[in-house]
Structure formats: C-alpha cells, structure tokens
Design a protein around this ligand. Structure first.
Ligand SMILES: *Cc1c(COP(=O)(O)O)cnc(C)c1O
Length: 452
C-alpha cells in the first residue's frame, strides 16, 4: 500500500465507494461547507488528530456527548473495567439501575425512565407512549426543532435536514406526515388556535427544551410552561426533548433554567393530576441522549410513572432493545456524571462565555454581521444582523460567510461544526491554553468571513 492510503482524501474516496456519501450521518460529509472531512485518528481532551497528522481544537465534541473531553481517563477506565466483565448480557445489570437513578436524582420531572440506544429511539418511544396514553394520533412539533430521524418528526426539522435545506424526508408515508403538525417556534397564537380547532385530536406537543439544532434559539419567557398548560388543558401531553440540552445547558438541562425554581413543587407523579403550567410546570415525558452515554450509544426517555408504566410488560405499549442498558454504555454514562459536578458546570459556563466574547470581538473587528445566542452554557453564532427566533430567521443567514469562516478556522487548527445550524460544544477539557489557541485562529477566520 502507498502512503497515500492513509490520508483523509484517500479514506474519503474509499468510504464513498461503499457508504452513501462516505459517511454514517449526513452533516459529517461537509456537504454545506465543501471540502474533504478530516478522518479522525484519535482524540484526547479538547484535541482531535486526523489521519493526515493535523491537530485541531474540537468544538464539536461528537455533537455533545464529550462534555468531559475526549478519552477522559476516568471514563476510559470505567469502560475498560466494564469490558473485562463482559460486553453485553441481554439481562438486567447494576449499571443501568445506577444510571437511571442518577437521571431521576438530577431531573425533577423524571419518575421512571427506560434506556435505549440513541436519541432517535428515545423520541420515537416517547411519542408511542403519548399516543397510547391519549388514544390520539396527532403530534405537534416546531419548525427547526430536530428530534432524531423518526418518520413522524422529520418535517421541517433542524440539524442535517436544515443543513441541506430539505423540507423533510422522502420515504415518510403520507399518513405519517398527516399526523404531524408543524408550527413556527415560539408562536403562542399558532399553538392556541391549533388547540382551539383540533385539541381533541392531539396526543402531544414535542419541543426541544431549547432549540439547538437550527443554531441555538433561546425559548421565549415561559414558553415551555405555556406549552404544558395548553397541552394539559386539552388532555394532551408535553414531551420536552433534552437529548442535546440535557446535562449541558445546565446541570438539570434546560429544565434547570426554565423549570420551577428550587423549592417549587415537584412534577406530578403517577397518582397526581398533571401540573397546570405557570411557574410550576413540568413536561409529562422527557428524552435524553448524547451526554448521558459519555460517547457510547445511550438514549433515555422517562417522566410520569403512570405513563411509563404503560410500557410492556406492565402495559400495552411495546418497546424493547437487544443492547439497551448495555454495561459499557452505562459505565461510560456513570463515569461522565461522576465528573459533572458544580465546578464542572461553572467551568463550562466560563469557557462558553469567554469564547462568545472572543468570537464577537473578532467578527465585529472584521465587520461581519453576526448574532450570538445562548441557552445556558450552550451557544451558537448566526451570520446575520437580527436575532433568530424562528426557523425562517435561522435559514436567512449568510451561510457562505459561515463556510469561509469555517474553513479558515479549520486551517487555523479549530474544528467547528461543519454547519451554520449547529451549537458549538465546549468541554471541561477546554482550558485557558485551548481557548487561547482558538483566540489565535479567530481574527484570520473573521477576515475570511468578511471577504465575500
Ligand atoms: C441529537 C438529537 C436527537 C437524536 O439523537 P441521536 O442519538 O442522534 O439519534 C434528538 N433530539 C435532539 C434535540 C437532538 O439534538
């Protein structure tokens, strides 16, 4: 074999022969920014090393999970140790109980939880429970919110669907599409009039707790509480998707930011009536993924005990998984949670806010219109002048400027999400030195963005 066999270029060529677009998830193909994606050979802390020997400061963090940085020694040791005890049992094991106890301890509305293998599985299953519980078919989602590649939830979705400007997905049946109603994000009037007209048909509203797959959109004040109240008044449920924001926006996800403040009443449990919204609100079901697996495939859905007890074998809703609650995955998740203390969140908040200032300074100096939006420690940068409150806004940005900015940063050794529609992810491994490396690369990238 020639030396050339090991470059990202040659690996990408090889991949494209046998994997559609050469990738196993669309955004990785660099389709919207152009060029060849670096093939990653290894990663440690805040750094990635590609097959060509280039090193990058990573601001993708595997799209969220790597909140303690790559190859965190505690997480790797936990996984190694678990591996020595067996890779999968298809039977109950301690780690899954401990991981679910950790979730229930950290997130107030969670009474019971099932583990699955991805965020997609979590939202798909939560939706099935909601439909079973209500005996209704219709689900309401918001444009620009992404909930994984569930048939019913791909209409006007964020993430890769936004990156490639797709209205939805082919292969979704008309019947499925008919049962999904898409509303503009943050539009209380649209929600109210839809429920006035069709409230009795609606099983659930599903929303990202804070949208972060069209870039980050800060939810309007008490919007999630309003959704809970509106859904409950019509006998429908609210599902908040915290696959991305969970244990990232804050220690309790976005619910830790817009849920009732400490000391408030806890969520309704199986026996109680659903909460009525206002300041004392809770979703009926929640979904998680990303951070909770620490880099291994884990998702989770949970919430009210009465709803979760509808699952087989207690109830009529079938849901299962050969590898669900996998011992390696739960070990990685538990070790990740062990590192997520108050100090870790304080550091994530500091790093996030420092980076925001650095980016704003660089873009302002170069005269590049931009808006930075946040949801707790999450943030993203839009290449436009006005704030983004809806998917329409998010699509109306200078993606070409983003592409130039992206490639100049990559050249400068900083790996951003290859899309203008994604959050930037920091980890506890992003220390001052790492932030300094990003600061060094920013001015040239901002100038490249300006050269339209
Ligand atoms: C990533 C994501 C999903 C899908 O999770 P996968 O593990 O990629 O299937 C669902 N919802 C939100 C909000 C996400 O960010």
């Amino acid at each position: 074999m020639t030396l050339d066999e090991t470059t990202s270029e040659s690996l990408f060529d090889r991949a494209k022969q046998v994997i559609p677009a050469g990738v196993n998830s669309p955004v990785r193909a660099f389709g919207s920014v152009g060029g060849t994606p670096p093939f990653i050979a290894s990663a440690s802390g805040a750094l990635l090393t590609d097959a060509d020997g280039h090193e990058y400061v990573d601001l993708v963090g595997s799209w969220g999970p790597m909140i303690l940085g790559h190859a965190n020694p505690r997480v790797v040791d936990a996984v190694r140790e678990a591996a020595g005890r067996g890779l999968s049992f298809g039977a109950p094991q301690t780690g899954e109980v401990s991981l679910v106890e950790e979730l229930v301890r950290r997130v107030r509305p969670l009474r019971k939880v099932r583990l699955v293998n991805s965020g997609t599985e979590a939202t798909m299953s939560a939706l099935r429970v909601a439909r079973a519980a209500t005996g209704r078919d219709v689900v309401v989602k918001f444009a620009g919110c992404y909930h994984g590649h569930v048939d019913a939830l791909l209409a006007e979705a964020g993430s890769g669907v936004a990156t490639f400007a797709m209205p939805g997905s082919a292969g979704v049946t008309e019947g499925t599409a008919r049962d999904t109603i898409v509303l503009p994000y943050g539009d209380r009037d649209a929600v109210t009039s839809l429920f006035a007209e069709r409230g009795g048909e609606i099983a659930a509203i599903i929303t990202e707790a804070a949208p972060a797959n069209m870039g980050v959109v800060t939810p309007p004040e008490s919007f999630n509480a309003f959704l809970a109240q509106t859904a409950h008044a019509a006998g429908a449920l609210l599902i908040t998707d915290e696959v991305l924001t969970g244990f990232r926006a804050s220690a309790e996800g976005y619910y830790g930011i817009d849920g009732p403040t400490a000391g408030g009443t806890r969520a309704a449990d199986g026996a109680g009536a659903p909460p009525v919204g206002g300041s004392d609100w809770a979703p009926d079901l929640m979904t998680f993924g990303k951070v909770i697996g620490g880099g291994l495939p884990v998702g989770a859905f949970g919430g009210r005990a009465d709803l979760m007890d509808l699952l087989a074998p207690l109830g009529p809703v079938y849901q299962a998984g050969t590898l669900s609650g996998n011992p390696l995955a739960t070990a990685a998740g538990l070790a990740t949670f062990a590192g997520l203390d108050d100090a870790a969140y304080a550091q994530l908040a500091r790093t996030s806010s420092t980076l925001q200032s650095l980016v704003a300074d660089a873009l302002t100096t170069a005269g590049v219109p931009h808006v930075i939006q946040t949801a707790g420690t999450l943030f993203s940068v839009f290449f436009r002048e006005q704030p983004v409150t809806t998917y329409e806004d998010a699509k109306d940005q200078d993606t070409a400027a983003f592409g130039r900015f992206f490639h100049a940063l990559l050249e400068g050794g900083v790996y951003l999400p290859p899309s203008a529609f994604e959050a930037w992810f920091v980890s506890t491994a992003h220390d001052e030195q790492i932030v300094d490396r990003i600061a060094q690369a920013l001015p040239a990238a901002a100038r490249a963005a300006a050269q339209g």
